[in-house]
Design a protein around this ligand. Structure first.
Ligand code: ADE
Length: 279
């Protein structure tokens, strides 16, 4: 019965012909992840298998899809994969290394291709983030993101400025927030792990409590293709303290990714059996 189900509440009132929106159960979930360390605990938790057929994406791209059925949901986890880079060592010559394809470009491409191929009912972008301790963020906190924006797309010409910031609200999920008791805050996205003084000014202007390198890009593509998207970000490091961002990030990465996976699995548990009401 509809009314007895928890709901993922639509951001806008339903406006289809019947006036009651689309009430199909959520069936296909797409989890978008940028780092292998973030992805693997979830692959294990949901017992997902790697797509070895590889026909979903163009030949040669590093993107990896894991999939499986969990509590009657079709779970697809897409990881942006490894980028091949040539590293030069003075004594040993060049070595080919693989590094996670983090940042907005890979996140946008993977979002677009995965949405086209999988037609998900809901996107979950899960990952790690830097947090502002002055705004209450602590290492290992997990945030459900209410709004996203960019902080490194400065276009100081009239309304082009607003395009650069690209601020948008995420899909509204009040029942999920109540049920899981999640911290809620705004996210600012940019293509750097560290934070220049100018970044800091713009992140604070975005009123963000967490910063990442993919969220606003995933939100942009999800909006383009009208797919509801939510963002779950776990804090590996603070960005407004005395510690080195990169050091703190690496120190906490593995432990925080375990916490991230626990929260994402709680979110997926909540979503199983939920009906979508999408205008
Ligand atoms: N992910 C984890 N820490 C981050 C930071 N400081 N900036 C951007 N993304 C992050």
């Amino acid at each position: 019965e509809w009314s007895s189900q928890p709901e993922v509440t639509a951001a806008h009132p339903p406006k289809n012909a019947a006036g009651d929106g689309d009430r199909r159960p959520i069936s296909t979930v797409l989890i978008i992840i940028a780092m292998q360390t973030e992805a693997l605990p979830l692959v294990n938790k949901f017992h997902l298998s790697e797509d070895i057929d590889g026909s979903l994406f163009p030949k040669g791209v590093p993107w990896v899809r894991y999939h499986g059925i969990y509590k009657e949901l079709h779970i697809n986890l897409v990881w942006t994969g490894k980028d091949s880079i040539l590293v030069e060592f003075s004594k040993f010559g060049c070595v080919l290394a693989g590094v996670d394809s983090i940042g907005t470009i890979s996140a946008s491409l993977v979002s677009y291709a995965s949405i086209q191929a999988l037609k998900p009912d809901l996107i979950i972008n899960a990952g790690t983030a830097g947090g502002f301790k002055a705004k209450g963020a602590c290492v290992a906190d997990v945030y459900l993101v209410s709004n996203v924006a960019f902080h490194d797309r400065r276009i100081p010409i009239h309304v082009n400025y607003l395009y650069g910031i690209g601020a948008r609200q995420t899909f509204s999920t009040p029942n999920l927030i109540d049920e899981l008791n999640l911290k809620v805050g705004k996210l600012s996205t940019g293509d750097s792990l560290d934070m220049s003084p100018q970044d800091e000014v713009l992140i604070l202007a975005n009123d963000a409590v967490v910063k990442d390198m993919e969220g606003a890009a995933v939100a942009y593509v999800a909006d383009l293709l009208s797919v509801p998207a939510i963002f779950i970000k776990a804090v590996t490091n603070t960005v407004d303290g005395q510690k080195s961002i990169a050091e703190e990030f690496l120190q906490n990465l593995i432990a925080v990714c375990t916490t991230l996976a626990q929260t994402v699995s709680q979110v997926v548990d909540f979503i199983s059996g939920v009906y979508q009401i999408i205008g």
